[in-house]
Design a protein around this ligand. Structure first.
Ligand code: NAD
Length: 293
């Protein structure tokens, strides 16, 4: 019997790579339901699997912010069960907080937080009834530590941590494993899809000059981090596979050993200031004016 896997956000990036990898398993171990908000984008996935996967891959429409669309996708799973649910859909948002429009912030929280919760809600009763299941969630270092100019994105990913950790405690009693795959920078469309406020945008121009300068320094820092430490989706997929195949999966996996969260300053100094100072130094080190302060 095939392991039925349903993945959200498969039109690009990590979701697409994971779908391709699982559907290409020579032993046909998995039946993959690769879901995406917009089916017009399915060509990229189809190109990757080269049409050879009729019995291991199905592509379904699913917008995680639309309850009906989630239910419709669930009903189209012919096996009538999902063994492994991968909540991967997510959007980023970057820029000075004062420049963010309420609707944009709402959209990020809708997709990243409520979208993840709604997807889990839809498949949880079935998993509970069968007494087994896996829920994998694409997490972020931004869900474990704050990052300047990413306040709303971090809020959304911190929220996801809270959802998963809370659920994991209960789901121990149902033989359902919850795991987060915490990613650092990954080479995907994420940066293109990310709702960025450019330093030259009108909304950013209204922000004070000091913040704007720090934002430019931050963007340069991001560029360097991406250049030095970003991973390919295949590296992240390996970690997902480890979690899927493990008999007793961990709650948290880290995709990048070279870029672990700065947990020690958080734990050793419970007043929280050590992490804040350390991160500030790391990010704004290249800004000479700041360093003189
Ligand atoms: P990506 O932009 O290529 O993929 C995100 C996918 O989510 C896209 O296919 C997009 O269409 C989809 N999506 C957006 N809104 C949706 C909705 N309402 N319903 C269904 N799908 C929707 O980027 P990615 O890097 O592959 O992102 C996947 C996950 O990885 C996200 O949760 C993201 O937060 C997380 N992540 C990415 C990075 C990175 O550097 N790329 C780092 C840490 C965490």
């Amino acid at each position: 019997e095939q392991v039925v896997v349903l993945i959200t956000g498969c039109s690009s990036g990590i979701g697409l790579s994971l779908a391709v990898c699982l559907a290409s398993d020579p032993a046909k171990t998995y039946k993959v339901y690769a879901t995406m908000r917009n089916l017009v984008k399915k060509e990229r996935l189809l190109d990757c699997v080269k049409g050879l996967h009729k019995d291991t891959l199905d592509i379904l429409q699913m917008d995680v912010t639309d309850q009906q669309s989630i239910q419709d996708a669930r009903h189209r799973v012919t096996e009538k069960r999902v063994d492994v649910l991968v909540c991967n859909a997510g959007v980023g948002l970057m820029g000075p907080l004062e420049a963010q429009a309420l609707d944009t912030m709402r959209q990020i929280l809708e997709v990243n937080v409520l979208g993840t919760i709604s997807t889990i809600q839809a498949f949880l009763p079935g998993m509970k009834a069968r007494g087994h299941g896996r829920i994998l969630v694409t997490g972020s270092l931004g869900g474990l530590q704050g990052l300047p100019f990413n306040e709303v994105y971090c809020a959304s990913k911190f929220a996801v941590e809270g959802v998963c950790e809370s659920l994991a405690i209960l789901l121990q009693h149902f033989n359902i494993h919850v795991s987060l795959v915490e990613c650092g920078p990954v080479n995907t469309d994420f940066l293109d899809n990310l709702l960025t406020t450019e330093p030259g945008d009108a909304s950013t121009q209204q922000v004070d000059e000091h913040t704007r300068r720090l934002y430019e320094t931050y963007l340069k820092h991001c560029g360097v981090v991406f250049q030095n430490a970003s991973q390919d989706t295949e590296d992240v997929v390996k970690i997902f596979l480890e979690a899927i195949q493990s008999a007793s999966p961990a709650f948290r996996y880290y995709s990048n050993d070279a870029l672990l969260p700065l947990t020690s300053p958080k734990i050793s100094a419970v007043d929280g200031l050590q992490y804040i100072r350390t991160m500030s130094k790391i990010i704004f080190a290249s800004d000479k004016t700041e360093q003189q302060k």
